[in-house]
Design a protein around this ligand. Structure first.
Ligand code: ATP
Length: 274
């Protein structure tokens, strides 16, 4: 049994100079982050900033080149099994199998997570109910809407009741109604189960209303971290939005000449649901 290192209980995720290089290119450059248990934490940044690479390292899918990361007191490099038990992960790419029903997808994950066979059915019923998917559970996933697929993917990743959930662009490609539903479910997860949420998103308005704190990343480095309220107040612009904060720190809109959000939305829609 792996033992968690001595670590303040209120901190569930910590990174120290976490770095990932791909050959000579540094995608994540000396990241120092700390996330409290029960927080909704948003990692924001333009395309290519390094957000997904951070998530992949924290979810043990990609080894760091240097530095370290700890989840619930377990080291992501040396205690990867314990980390995997503590986390849920909803990747950017589609992770549900379209040729199976929602129920069958969940059953695969229940086995993957080693949920004892006598408890599997109840756990699956619970998550289907929590996600509002009971009625479609026995339909093939290829006939689901984008919103239903996303909910199923979240359901898959909470079967083992993780302490912390990683959601990489959870609402990409969804219409506003489905997006809202997903955000509400994320909030309920935190409220009902105290689950910590670590997410990336291009929807800054939603990050503003949902996240307790955000970090803005650019070119592999975190430039600023704080609550949306504090970051907006620090700008000295009347009625500043999180978009203003984002542009202030990254210059993203200025660099591309087109709306950052439009570009992100179009690209993701095509990639995810095309
Ligand atoms: N396996 C890889 N090999 C080489 N370069 C990579 C690899 N994975 C990511 N990168 C590069 O690292 C940088 C960060 O990529 P990453 O996907 O983490 O960014 P991101 O902030 O998640 O962007 P997006 O918002 O587009 O998802 C990019 O320049 C990307 O091309």
């Amino acid at each position: 049994m792996e033992t968690a290192t001595n670590f303040p209980k209120s901190v569930i995720l910590e990174t120290h100079e976490l770095t990932r290089r791909f050959d000579s290119f540094t995608a994540v450059d000396g990241l120092n982050l700390s996330v409290a248990a029960g927080e909704v934490f948003g990692l924001l940044g333009p395309n290519g900033a390094g957000k997904s690479t951070v998530i992949k390292m924290l979810t043990t899918l990609l080894p760091p080149s240097a530095g370290r990361g700890t989840i619930a007191g377990y080291d992501v490099t040396h205690q990867s099994q314990a980390v995997r038990r503590a986390i849920g992960y909803v990747p950017q790419a589609l992770s549900a199998d379209g040729s199976l029903t929602g129920y069958e997808n969940l059953l695969i994950f229940a086995k993957l997570y080693d949920i004892p066979s006598q408890r599997r059915q109840q756990r699956i019923r619970d998550v289907l109910e929590f996600m509002g998917l009971e009625e479609v559970a026995h339909r093939l996933v290829r006939n689901y809407s984008g919103g239903m697929i996303r909910k199923l993917e979240i359901a898959q990743s909470i079967l083992h009741r993780p302490q912390i959930m990683f959601l990489d662009e959870p609402t990409v490609g969804l219409d506003p109604v489905a997006r809202n539903q997903v955000w509400n479910l994320v909030q309920e997860l935190r409220e009902d189960y105290g689950t910590t949420i670590f997410l990336t998103t291009h929807f800054l308005e939603e990050a503003d209303s949902l996240c307790d704190r955000v970090a803005i990343m650019n070119q592999g480095k975190v430039i600023t971290t704080g609550s949306p309220t504090d970051l907006k107040a620090a700008l000295d612009t009347p009625n500043a939005t999180l978009d203003d904060v984002f542009i202030h720190y990254t210059g993203a809109e200025l660099a591309s000449g087109v709306s950052y959000r439009d570009t992100a939305r179009t690209r993701r829609n095509a990639q995810r649901l095309g």
